[in-house]
Design a protein around this ligand. Sequence first.
Ligand code: CMC
Length: 428
Amino acid sequence: MAEYARLEVDGHVYELPILTGTEGERAVDISKLRTQSGLITLDDGYGNTGSCSSEVTFIDGDEGILRYRGYPIETLAEHSSFVETAYLLIFGHLPTQAEREHFSDLLTEYSALHESMMKHFDAFPTNSHPMAIMSAMINSLSTHERPKIEPGDDAALEIYAAKLISKIRTIAAASYKSSIGQPIIYPRPDLRYVDNFLHMMFSLPYKEYEASPEVSHALNMFLVLHADHEQNCSTSTVRMVASGEANLYAACSAGVVALWGPKHGGANTEVVTMLQRMRREGISPQEFLNQVKDKKNNRRLMGFGHRVYRNFDPRSKILRGAADRLLTAMKIDDPLLGMAQELADLALNDDYFVERKLYPNVDFYSGVILRAIGIPLNMYTVMFSMGRMPGWIANWKEIHDNPGQKIYRPRQLYVGSEKREWVPRHAR
Ligand code: CMC
């Protein structure tokens, strides 16, 4: 039986349908409220607003649950590869052997960049931020070909999705190579996704890099854990751009830019910068927490807190163990991991963090893993963008395939000046 919430304003009662999601989550549907009443809802920062219905990812922030297409993140982190997870996110089911091989073949086929795109790398100033290069290069893919995908045409989408997922890896490695003045290394058709990336990052024309199984495994897991996270800032941006019917490349390049900031994907860089600073300046974890808690310092414990998770971030739990295992396997004694663990343990028992329900998020331990692999600090958010690409594509597809999709166009509450009289220049 249909359920309704009742809203009473100025003596009128409006009945607003209550919708229930697969996992029992309930939402008040206000889409007709303005037509019926002239009222809009106001929720700056969207803390309480569902912007869409989606079938891709489920999060229960109170219970610390994250599932891609119904599969728990813990299971995927243990058993799945990034390529398989990408397929799952985009097409909604685990690929059969044949589907997996076909998708992998496409990734191999499309891994190289058009030769003219290589020239772009020389044109960016040295010290350009790799996220600026990444976004610009993804956008410039549409100068070579505009993806032609009819709504519901999964075969066409598969081709362009493979192009994007494969080329973002080539662009990431090429931007690093050009930033350090080394020759760009071409992809190798015999290597799997993660190993091919490491080859393009670390091989030299005269010396092949060989990834150890521990490093490949850790990076694969890093990418799986970053592959989607429902309506976060960058994914909402991709959906926003997609709703105006911009092409897949354009929408995903907007996603890269949205990911850049320190409150979102940029946090992984900030965590390691924070730990390095503490070490350099001899600030103990407890002293640092005291600085964070003192609001006049306007400082945050980076890698802590999440809009949705109010108990724990399951990705962070997995990464803490993975960081430990990787460093042990590589016989690395990284003091930053010890500091991170001490900070986390102190914060988790500190009233300030407990009361605000602040827990380590995905970015807290990921930097330690990337450091051990040898990924430079300014590439951390680029690594996040590589991981998030399948989620962006899956969300773009939901918008693109929806025949009734409206353009995303929020309302606002105007609080600026009232109507004013024009003052001629000489009289101002
Ligand atoms: N350190 C110290 N205090 C914090 C932190 C933090 N990391 N995060 C939130 N707070 C405090 C904040 O000062 C506020 O306190 P008060 O109520 O006294 O004013 C309260 O907690 C609520 O904070 P908020 O900013 O309103 O919460 P939000 O849900 O809007 O922000 C967040 C979520 C992730 C942006 C925020 O927790 C943050 O800035 N964390 C640090 C950056 C970070 O790690 N970002 C990565 C997020 S996970 C991956 C991703 O999305 O890319």
